[in-house]
Structures are given as structure tokens and as C-alpha cells.
Design a protein around this ligand. Structure first.
Ligand code: UDP
Length: 468
């Protein structure tokens, strides 16, 4: 079918880390000439600031049962998953029917994690679908080893000895318990809701002999993990990052998806302009995580003691305790700047940034690679559904682009450890030099992958050409 007759329905839940890569894929599809409807929840859509205007791209929403103010974060996660399925499937069915009645039928559906029912609904309406993995291919390969119905670790019935779980993927060193997604283990609060949801999803993927799995990564970065998943067609099409940062061909395309948060005026970019090259630490812990008071205090003191300028994101949707506010108020503009949110890609690509102190969310990790910035990873800062531990292992051991900070027994990374890690990465020693070289090398490969005839570009084009 001619690409201009393809109509993609692209769906994601309204978390920034889901919206950003998914909306970027929607923009890429529209740029290739297709019609695209990007759909998220009613509340999520109402919060997207400046949805990107693009020919062929339109927006729609589906209910998750709380359309006015209650977001995903204010609701029990299991409850959210069942509500979004119950209300969302009715709305998306209506949307697909209405599109047909208007003479622009949906020809293909793309959905992200936590929305496996979109595949079933699409199949019932004779619409083919693909799953977009917004985490790394290695996480997906680990999920596959955990959930697949042939020899997976979990089948919902058998007793599992969680104390001894480790996973070996070909050509990668062993993934020990501390490197595996945290929700694999029953002591994680998300275990009771996330595990059945993933289990159900793998059953759906296995039922389709031609299940198509698009992944926000590039082949050169994760070749071993991509090959490790038998029986599914994994198609790396990333990094899904605005083109202005990848190849510069559309310099207006700088919005990282649609922001769910207000971005303050550009004074942080001016502040960065005043700093020497590679001298500033950018510290940010994603869009979902609520840092505990002790964590914030250790970060603030660790950054101060490291003696380097820093730009720190403390999100406005997290309440700041009095003790934290007192420290923040005493920070001089020479020392550091605190913002409630920023345009992360623009910051990472600023010449003054020398290191990213991050929770290792997959988008943040890929964005750091694209910007060529080495990483200090603090994956223990998460109580969220976590691929961050897996990403931290890859960052340190496989790609050699950063260090993983060690947390204390309470899971808090202490100030001395933050300082030690920042010194290792930015201190001018051999290790830091090696990491900068490595991240530069991966950055080059990321750029090549999305250029015309690059691996991800070709994969994306083949995917489109193979559609009926
Ligand atoms: N982000 C941003 N500004 C900020 C903090 C984060 O634009 O101040 C974006 C960041 O660029 C990334 C996303 O929010 O695309 C966070 O996704 P990630 O997977 O790193 O973490 P999550 O929020 O899912 O934990």
C-alpha cells in the first residue's frame, strides 16, 4: 500500500519517558508520508504543552476513568492498569470505527508497554500492530527470558526461587539480581501488578507468529541482546530523538516529544553559556521518581563537595522539605542552578556539560549517548518500575561510558560516593578519559544509525515497505 494511504494509530500512557520516544516515532511516520493519530489518555493529552505540529500528525485521547485531574501517579498502579484497559479499549474501538466511517481507516496500530490490550483490540478489528519497546533491547531480552512460555522463569503457577535468579544472555556477562529489572522480585511494590501485565503481554506476542517488535535502540549498541530473542522480529529503529539533535536536517525539531511539564524561561541556557566547556554536572532523575529527603540532601551536598558547577532538576511536582529548601536557598549562582524542569536534550547538547548524574532511565541514557556526555548512574534512586539497574550495568560494564554509584544499605547514594564518581568521570584521570572516548564513539554510531542508509534508518524504511 502506498505510504500516504497508511494510517497509524500510535498509543502511549502519559508518562514523559513513554510520550517522548512514541511521539518521535509518530513524527517520523508522518515525515515518511503516512497519516498518524497519536493517542494518550484524556488527562495526559490535556497536559501536553505545545504538541508538535506536523503534516499528517493529529492527536486523540482515550479515557482511563479519571479524565479531569487524577493522573497515573495519584492512583494505585494495578487500578490504573485495569481502568485504562476497561475505559481505553471502548474509546479506541470507537476511534477506529469513526476513522473508517470518515474514509481514513486505521491501517496499523503501535502501542507501548502497559497497553498490551491494544494489540488484541486491533487484531479483533483486523488491524495489524507492532509493539514499541521504549526500554533497551537488553531489558526486553531479559523480560523474554523471564516470561516466555517455553523455558521462562515465571509462568504464574510454578514456585520460583527468587533468591537465586540470575540471567545469562549470549555474549554478555551474567545479569545478577542487582542488574535485573526490580519488578521481577516479589519485594518490589510493582511486582503484583507489573508481572501479570507483562506475562499477559508475552502470551499475546507469542500468539502472533509474525509479532513485530520495534525497539528504541540501534543495532550497533545492542547487537547481542537483539539476537538473543528467539522467535520474535526485533527491529531497532532508534535513537528516537528529535532530528535536530541527531542529524541537524530539521533544526526546528527540538521539542522532545510534548512536554508534560512547564519549561522555565531559558535562563538556565544563558547560565550554561557562561560556563567553560565540559565543566558542568547536569543532574536529573527523570519524570516519575520522587526522591526522598535524604537522597536530595546527599545529592545537594555531594554536588557541592565535588566543587564543580551543576544544573540540578528538582521537579516542581515533588514537594521540597524545609531542610532541602534551606540548602537550595543558599546556593550561589557561581556554584549551581536548580530548575523545576528543563529541555533535557538542549542541556545535554550544551558544550558546557561534562557529566550527567542520572537515575539511568532509558531515554536519559540514550540522550546522553547522543549528546556524547559520560554518565554517573544512580539506579538505586528508583522505586519505580525499573530497567534502570540493567541500564546502569550496560553503561559501566558493556559500553564503558560511565560509572555506577554504590548505594548504602538504605538504598541511598551518599555524598562521598557522588563526589568520588564525579571525580572519576570529570577529574582528568585515565578512566574518565576512556569514558569520554567511548561515549564519543557511541555517539558517532548513533548519528550514523539514523542517517540515510544507517542501520536504524534502513530498518525503519524496510518496516514501512513490508506493510501491506
Ligand atoms: N526530561 C526533560 N526535562 C527534565 C527531566 C527529564 O525533558 O528536566 C525528559 C528526558 O529528556 C527524558 C524523559 O524526560 O526524555 C525521562 O525519561 P527517562 O526514560 O529517562 O526516565 P523516566 O522519567 O521514565 O523515569
Amino acid at each position: 500500500m502506498d505510504i500516504k494511504h497508511q494510517h497509524f494509530l500510535v498509543t502511549a500512557i502519559p508518562a514523559q519517558g513513554h510520550i517522548n520516544p512514541t511521539l518521535q516515532l509518530a513524527k517520523n511516520l508522518a515525515r515518511a508520508g503516512a497519516q498518524v493519530t497519536f493517542a494518550t489518555t484524556v488527562y495526559g493529552l490535556s497536559r501536553i504543552k505545545n504538541p508538535p505540529a506536523s503534516n499528517g500528525l493529529s492527536f486523540a485521547s482515550f479515557s482511563d476513568g479519571y479524565d479531569d485531574e487524577k493522573s497515573m501517579k495519584n492512583r494505585d498502579f494495578a487500578c490504573f492498569l485495569s481502568d485504562v484497559k476497561c475505559f481505553g479499549s471502548k474509546d479506541l474501538t470507537k476511534l477506529i470505527q469513526a476513522s473508517s466511517n470518515e474514509g481514513r481507516p486505521v491501517t496499523f496500530a503501535i502501542y507501548t508497554i502497559l497497553l498490551p490490550w491494544v494489540a488484541e483490540l486491533a487484531s479483533e478489528m483486523n488491524v495489524p500492530s507492532a509493539f514499541l519497546v521504549i526500554q533497551c533491547a537488553t531489558s526486553f531480552a531479559l523480560y523474554h527470558r523471564y516470561f516466555n512460555s517455553h523455558d521462562g522463569i515465571y509462568d504464574g503457577v510454578r514456585e520460583v526461587d527468587y533468591s537465586s535468579i540470575s540471567i545469562k544472555l549470549p555474549d554478555l556477562s551474567l545479569f545478577q539480581k542487582e542488574d535485573l529489572p526490580t519488578f521481577f522480585f516479589p519485594n518490589d511494590p510493582l511486582f503484583p501488578s507489573a508481572v501479570p501485565s507483562f506475562h499477559e503481554h508475552f502470551k499475546i506476542l507469542e500468539q502472533e507468529s509474525t509479532a513485530c517488535v520495534l525497539v528504541n535502540t540501534f543495532n550497533e549498541l545492542e547487537e547481542a541482546s537483539i539476537k538473543a530473542v528467539d522467535g520474535m522480529n526485533l527491529i531497532p529503529i532508534g535513537p528516537l530523538i528529535p532530528s535536530a539533535f541527531c542529524d541537524g536536517y530539521d533544526s526546528s525539531d527540538k521539542s522532545v516529544g510534548g512536554n508534560l511539564f512547564d519549561i522555565p524561561e531559558n535562563d538556565y541556557l544563558q547560565w550554561l553559556d557562561s560556563k567553560p566547556e565540559s565543566s558542568v554536572v547536569y543532574a536529573s532523575f527523570g519524570s516519575l521518581l520522587s526522591l526522598k529527603k535524604e537522597e536530595k540532601m546527599e545529592i545537594l551536598h555531594g554536588l557541592k563537595e565535588a566543587g564543580r558547577s551543576y544544573l540540578l532538576v528538582l521537579r516542581a511536582d515533588n514537594e521540597q522539605e524545609e531542610e532541602v529548601k534551606a540548602v537550595v536557598e543558599n546556593i550561589s549562582s557561581e556554584e549551581g542552578m536548580i530548575v523545576p524542569w528543563c529541555s533535557q536534550m538542549e542541556v545535554l547538547c550544551h558544550r558546557s556539560i561534562g557529566c550527567f548524574l542520572t537515575h539511568c532511565g532509558w531515554n536519559s541514557t540514550l540522550e546522553s549517548i547522543v549528546a556524547g556526555v559520560p554518565i554517573v548512574g544512580c539506579p538505586h534512586f528508583s522505586s519505580h518500575f525499573s530497567d534502570q539497574t540493567t541500564n546502569a550495568k550496560l553503561i559501566e560494564e558493556v559500553w564503558g561510558i560511565g560509572v555506577r554509584a554504590k548505594a548504602n544499605e538504605e538504598g541511598v547514594v551518599e555524598r562521598a560516593e557522588i563526589r568520588r564518581c564525579l571525580d572519576t568521570v570529570m577529574g582528568g584521570g585515565e578512566k574518565g578519559e576512556e569514558m569520554r572516548k567511548n561515549v564519543g564513539k557511541w555517539r558517532g554510531m548513533a548519528m550514523e544509525a539514523v542517517k540515510e542508509n544507517g542501520s536504524s534508518y534502513n530498518n525503519f524504511m524496510n518496516f514501512l515497505q513490508n506493510l501491506e
